[in-house]
Design a protein around this ligand. Structure first.
Ligand code: AKB
Length: 339
């Protein structure tokens, strides 16, 4: 008998940690976790299987299909924006071909067990490409359909995968003689920069915020790679996890779109520095911008219009800027580095 499971790819990453802990606390959810590296011991206990493998490996996907009955996929595996700029061809393979493989797997699973397979996809603020700083200041909160002209490979990959998800959900094989729905129920969130107390991200361009905080908590100096004026939306990781779960649970008929912005707070890099200094007065934070990398941040909007998410599935962040520091980051990070 195959076991009904939730599949999580990129399980060792920042979001995987929070999600696996959440599902691990639900007695009725069995998790299969996939990552390129061995599943971290703190996560392994929550999973019925931790599989080391590459989402581009069709043998791995066959193995998953033969052993498990997959009802939901949280496809978190991706090469982030900075890393993708160094190896755009690999980024395309992982971010696009990997997602296509999993959409196909979701379709096959649905055909097999006869129920829709929910496909949760963390998309990104990187889908936007605001043409100038001037426009960024003037435009205010951007809607999902605005400025869909990303300048990064990662942004292009995420934007295209959103379209693939929509295609599988609504238009799959529309010319087939006996057309049937694919069974894929795709839902995506365009996440802002996420800040976790537990993990430090790698290879992203919004990394300056979590890096600055984690460095200060460890008493290490930090050189910030963007300019003081840089401003994009950020979010505390618990809110990010909550959003994915809420979107997954929303009844399909309530969703007026399949890709949603969500926002929480939008500090400038200087405001982040000031808040970190308030918490860790001895920390040494300097601004030494890497011009090309900083320029990517300047193409991402300063704020997003998340009214569709609020209206359709009740999105509301619990953590604003101050609460993120006071009630989430500082207690957890201080404990983590004291230990
Ligand atoms: C990155 O910086 O690449 C990611 C993102 C904004 O999606 N954190």
């Amino acid at each position: 008998m195959r076991k009904p499971v939730v599949l999580i790819t990129g399980a060792n990453g920042e979001m995987g940690h929070g999600l696996i802990r959440y599902f691990g606390a639900q007695t009725d959810t069995q998790i299969v976790a996939v990552d390129l590296n061995p599943i971290e011991p703190v996560l392994g206990d929550y999973c019925i299987a931790g599989i080391v493998g590459d989402i581009l490996d069709t043998n791995l996907l066959q193995r998953l299909v033969s052993e498990y009955e997959i009802h939901a996929i949280y496809h978190l595996a991706a090469l982030l924006s900075t890393r993708s700029e160094y190896t755009p061809d690999i980024a395309h393979k992982v971010n696009v071909n990997g997602t296509l493989n999993l959409l196909q797997l979701a379709h096959e699973q649905s055909r097999w067990h006869g129920n829709p397979v929910k496909f949760l996809f963390p998309s990104s603020i990187a889908c936007y490409g605001v043409p100038s700083l001037d426009a960024k200041e003037k435009v205010g909160k951007v809607r999902e359909t605005d400025f869909n002209c990303p300048t990064t490979m990662y942004g292009c990959n995420k934007l295209y995968c959103e379209q693939l998800g929509r295609y599988y959900t609504f238009h799959y094989r529309q010319l087939a003689a006996e057309r049937a729905p694919s069974g894929v129920d795709f839902r995506a969130i365009r996440f802002p920069g996420l800040i976790s107390a537990e993990t430090v991200p790698g290879g992203g361009t919004s990394d300056y915020a979590p890096e600055m905080i984690h460095a200060a908590a460890q008493g290490k100096p930090y050189k910030c790679f963007v300019l003081e004026h840089a401003r994009i939306p950020f979010m505390a990781m618990p809110d990010g996890i909550k959003a994915l779960i809420k979107l997954a649970e929303a009844p399909a008929e309530q969703l007026t779109q399949r890709v949603y912005n969500i926002g929480a707070f939008s500090p400038s890099a200087a405001q982040l520095r000031d808040r970190v200094l308030k918490a860790f007065p001895n920390s040494k934070i300097a601004f030494e911008p890497e011009i090309a990398r900083a320029a990517i941040v300047d193409t991402w909007p300063a704020d997003v219009d998340d009214s569709p998410a609020r209206r359709d599935w009740g999105w509301e962040p619990e953590y604003d800027f101050e609460r993120t520091f006071k009630e989430y980051l500082l207690p957890a990070i201080t404990k983590r580095y004291r230990a």
